[in-house]
Design a protein around this ligand. Structure first.
Ligand code: EPU
Length: 307
């Protein structure tokens, strides 16, 4: 059901910051998706908190777009207000014991890992090459190479509908594999910033570990436009292995394709539609269920209007 949003109400609330009919594909790593009817960009966590609070007050639905890397936006586009999170302030506290970094939720996580490495601060090597934002990584407990957000997070600044800006400790987020309480409960709370624990190390050692992870990525994951892993790994198995064994690698629908290199990556080879990707998702789920009795669960989030 499409929510009905009054253009005038939004214009009164956001003035010139409100854009109408904004194309979204360019803001996604897969380069897929329709338009946002209403689009507002925020450039700090304070602005993010302000816009979200106004929308809560007006009781209007919204979605927050970060790095656009773990999502599939429908071809029909998004009827909710899209908030583009460009809150990107970073503050390293290298003289604290232990050292840490405070990053706003719109910061690119892979870039943050590189900055930490340059300062001789270890802990985020696993995040090298992750295209999403810190906020998205907290929300979905992003992980790779044996590390994950739950292993780094000291606290998160969260905006809560009733209680305002709050500090949540690691335990409050109740992280699980690729999940947090925020993701599981579809809660209205919003990640504004995170404080991540680091430790001093040799820059060269950090660099080597990062390069090894990046090399593994280059060897096993396709370059170019994709959404990262499409499905979560089922218990004690791998979605990529299952999609591979059922024989679906290389399958194409339009310009969307299940990667030849990795079964859990779907690529946009040019002008793929969200509907093409959706067909591939359905096919993969169906075949894996039929042949292995395993129900694959999406890791990506579907946004926008789907029929
Ligand atoms: N495999 C196959 N065929 C394939 C693909 C994989 O047999 O087509 C096998 C591999 O040989 C390996 C196993 O499946 O034995 C796992 O594959 P891989 O090492 O590529 O890791 P993954 O479990 O598919 C996870 C994360 C990635 C992360 C990598 C590297 C999930 C869903 N994905 O992938 O994270 O980069 O490990 O650590 O947990 C993401 O979440 O978006 C993401 C890219």
């Amino acid at each position: 059901m499409s929510p009905t949003i009054s253009h005038e109400v939004l214009r009164a609330a956001f003035g010139d910051r409100l854009q109408l009919s904004a194309p979204l594909a360019r803001l996604t790593s897969a380069r897929i998706g329709g338009m946002a009817d209403y689009f507002v960009e925020v450039r700090s966590s304070t602005e993010l908190a302000g816009v979200v609070s106004q929308l809560w007050e007006l009781d209007l639905p919204y979605v927050i777009l970060g790095g656009g890397s773990n999502i599939l936006i429908s071809d029909a586009g998004v009827r909710e207000v899209v908030i583009h999170n460009r809150a990107r302030a970073v503050r390293f506290k290298e003289h604290n014991d232990p050292p840490s970094v405070h990053a706003e939720s719109g910061v690119n996580f892979g870039a943050l890992a590189r900055q930490a490495a340059q300062k001789g601060l270890s802990g985020l090597e696993w995040a090298a090459g992750i295209p999403g934002t810190v906020g998205g990584a907290v929300f979905g407990n992003a992980g790779a190479h044996g590390g994950d957000m739950a292993g780094n997070l000291q606290m998160a600044e969260i905006l809560h509908p009733q209680d305002g800006r709050q500090t949540w400790k690691l335990n409050d987020l109740d992280f699980a594999y690729r999940s947090s309480v925020l993701k599981r409960e579809h809660s209205k709370t919003v990640v504004l910033a995170a404080e991540l624990l680091l430790e001093h190390s040799e820059p060269e050692k950090i660099e080597n570990a990062m390069n090894e992870f990046l090399e593994h990525r280059r060897r096993t994951q396709p370059p170019g436009a994709s959404m990262g892993s499409m499905f979560k790994n089922p218990p004690e198995d791998y979605a990529g292995r299952l999609i591979d064994v059922v024989g679906l690698k290389g399958l194409r629908v339009g310009d969307a394709q299940i990667s030849q290199l990795h079964g859990n990556f779907f690529t946009n080879n040019g002008a793929a539609k969200a509907a093409d990707v959706r067909s591939l998702l359905d096919k993969a789920r169906e075949e894996v269920s039929k042949q292995f009795g395993v129900e694959l669960e999406l890791e990506i989030e579907l946004l926008g209007e789907w029929n």
